[in-house]
Design a protein around this ligand. Sequence first.
Ligand code: UGA
Length: 444
Amino acid sequence: MKITVAGTGYVGLVTGVVFADLGNEVLCVDIDPDKVDKINKGNSPIYEPGLDELLQRNLEERRLHATTDLAGAVRQSEVVFITVGTPPTPTGEPDLKYVDEVARTIGASLNGYKIIVNKSTVPVGTGDRVRRIIEQHRVEPHEFDVVSNPEFLREGSAVHDTLFPDRIVIGADNPRAAMKIVEIYAPLERPMLITNLPTAEIIKYASNTFLALKISFINAIADLCERTGADVVQVAKAMGYDTRIGSAFLQAGLGFGGSCFPKDVRAFAHSVQRYDLDATLYEKILAINDARPVQFVERIAQRLGGLAGRTVGLLGLAFKPNTDDIREARSLEIIRLLLEQGAVVRAYDPVAMPHVQAMYPQITYCRNAYEVAEGADALALITEWNEFKQLNFERIKALMRQPNLFDGRNLYDPQRLQKLGFYYYGVGRANGNELTKPEDAEGI
Ligand code: UGA
């Protein structure tokens, strides 16, 4: 099948490459000529395990080509996937200008029946909007269908997630269009659901919002654990054994960052309000998440008796391991708060340092975890990269000014570190602190 994929970000490029690998002829379109050039040379502009190899193979076999010419690509294709960005506007609503722009070009280039598939994360109703734009810009009266096919891939495992998705959702009002998209995905042999357009659009936001809810929920439980001497890691583990709950996304810590969850929950709250419904639940998910870095820095400040002149070392800066992405990374807010309170900050991340350096040139960037520990009053784990799992803590302790360890991802064994002479703080892990009892607990 001849397919155009408009937009070569994470979703677009990975989707395009995988479709090519399934035997389709794919045109990947981007407005950025440098990106297009890189792709045609076999160098992926984004880092994803396995992507370069897959890209090179499909370029060599001439199943994939990148271009800046969207109109030309649309004219040659039966199916056009829209995979452009929908960045948040200052109010938190997604900006649909790139989706609109692609839809206008598709309309102007229609030269026969085509299926337009929206894969970008967009609010419910966008399918209809795309349909209207194409109708308005259509020069000749060719038929077309609009389909919603949301993407569920994660950064860092994008190729794997695209090849082995838990489910494929196809929202279409015309069964003929739905069947054509089923045909593209059939070789993956994964569960497929065919729905109407708004259902598919809501599935994407509902899924991301629910995962974010799980994270904020366990973080709220972590706060109660800290006050009562309970251990959130054990609470989450026991909850997770209940198959109705499941253990995934119940890791308490610094909360969620990245280009999806914060943006999507905000966008969903806006969508819901537009239909005159109560968005309090979604706003609370964000409020709990926003409080995480503040609370974490407060714990460090309490321990050190204030942060002015204190040296704090940060392990990890990326929004999660195995990516250099720092969009809405918790590290950024933590650095801001530490600097605001007069701390001296040292940091190390295996890949994300250059991006953070551009925003915070005033902190010290180190070559490894041990260099971060040198002269530090506190060491804080922000991103749970594999290389931080087996650190030599005897060596770290000897390098630090004071052995205070703040574990923002509950990666370490508290007892082991305490035995080594560290003060250890884990999120929601009792931590041997003075417990804050409710007022009416006296005399019970
Ligand atoms: C997320 C979803 O997992 C994908 O299914 C979805 O397709 C994607 O958004 C998207 O909409 O494009 P991603 O943002 O790549 O993927 O990252 P996740 O692995 O889901 O992690 C998100 C954040 O949650 C990270 O900051 C992570 O540290 C945090 N997290 C995750 C926790 O704090 N606790 C957990 O238990 C799990």
